[in-house]
Design a protein around this ligand. Sequence first.
Ligand SMILES: Cc1ncc(COP(=O)(O)O)c(C=O)c1O
Length: 391
Amino acid sequence: MAETIYLDNNATTKVAPEVLEEMMPFLRDRYGNPSSIHRFGGLVRSHIDRAREQVAALLGAHPDEITFTGCGSESDNLAIQGFYRRHGSATNIVTSMVEHPAVRSLCRFLRDHDGVELTEINVDHEGLLREDEFSRAKIGPHTLVTLMWANNETGVLFPIKKLAETVKAAGGFFHTDAVQAVGKVPINCAGDPVDMLALAGHKLHAPKGVGALYIRKGVKISPLIIGGHQENGLRAGTENVAAIVGLGKACAMAQACFMEEATRVKNMRDRLERALLTSCRDAKRNGHEGLRLPNTCNISFEFIEGEAILLLLDEKNIAASSGSACTTGSLEPSHVMRAMGLPYTLAHSSTRFSLSRYTTEAEIDAVVRALPPIIERLREISPYSNPAGPQ
Ligand SMILES: Cc1ncc(COP(=O)(O)O)c(C=O)c1O
């Protein structure tokens, strides 16, 4: 099988070879338990400490403010459920209509099962937060505001610093799901008044099975997994040492080169986008042009099902996505596209291309060549664009 052209990096990323190399000793010989008294375990503990420093450095945080988890969803759950367990029935939550299900479904669960007061802020047609609506939200000492840094489907960025400042001035707490942002845009937790920030290793070239939650010193939440004393009592269970070491290395690599990488990736993304928008009829970009992650391009090819595009791309060994990976399989158009007010014919045809540092110019050329004929072919058989139906 020919090499896959992988443009689905917002779903997950390739483990960087350097990361894998760093992890291997902990899967082979260094299998000690970091909680053991003996030196065999102690050595492993020192590598977890180092990884914590590397993650903290990328986020502009102190190592003590980093808690390792199992994935991005767990980090979001620890932040939100951990806050709720601490603040109890007084809790109210403010979030947006376009959050990933890790936040959106959890907030709705807490509303429906625990009676938590929930406010969901709308976005405009470009995916930007309706700040007028946000400014009217009720925020007090038991409020958790949870807003994503970057949207997984469109890449649109919310103005996190400004939003967090508003929340802090009103006496509330601010959590951000930064799973798509970490390693792609600069983050400085020390400078921005963010209380909690979630990330996932597999989105930045570390393996699956590891994530982290930044918790600002002094912010108190309750654990979800109770047992041993690991992670400062916030997440019981023997650590996934190899994955944590890998996450540390991935963060160090991102920190070393992400500005220059971001520019290179953005140039390729812009070239891909321009080419598709000009060579495919009725193609429209979804999401604000400038306020976006450098790697993400989301285009609707009106009158065509996104899934059909993906299947024909797949035949050419090109991997892309329609909606988020977690909602693929459902026939409902993505909640993000619906929140942006896209009509049915555009929402259903939304297709996401997400690049990484491993994407090459030659791969972009191949997609630019492959996609326009696919779109034309599907248009010919689309019942929406061809009222006579398939001939
Ligand atoms: C914005 C966002 N938040 C949370 C998650 C969940 O991360 P994980 O799959 O590591 O649980 C994802 C995954 O796609 C995401 O894109």
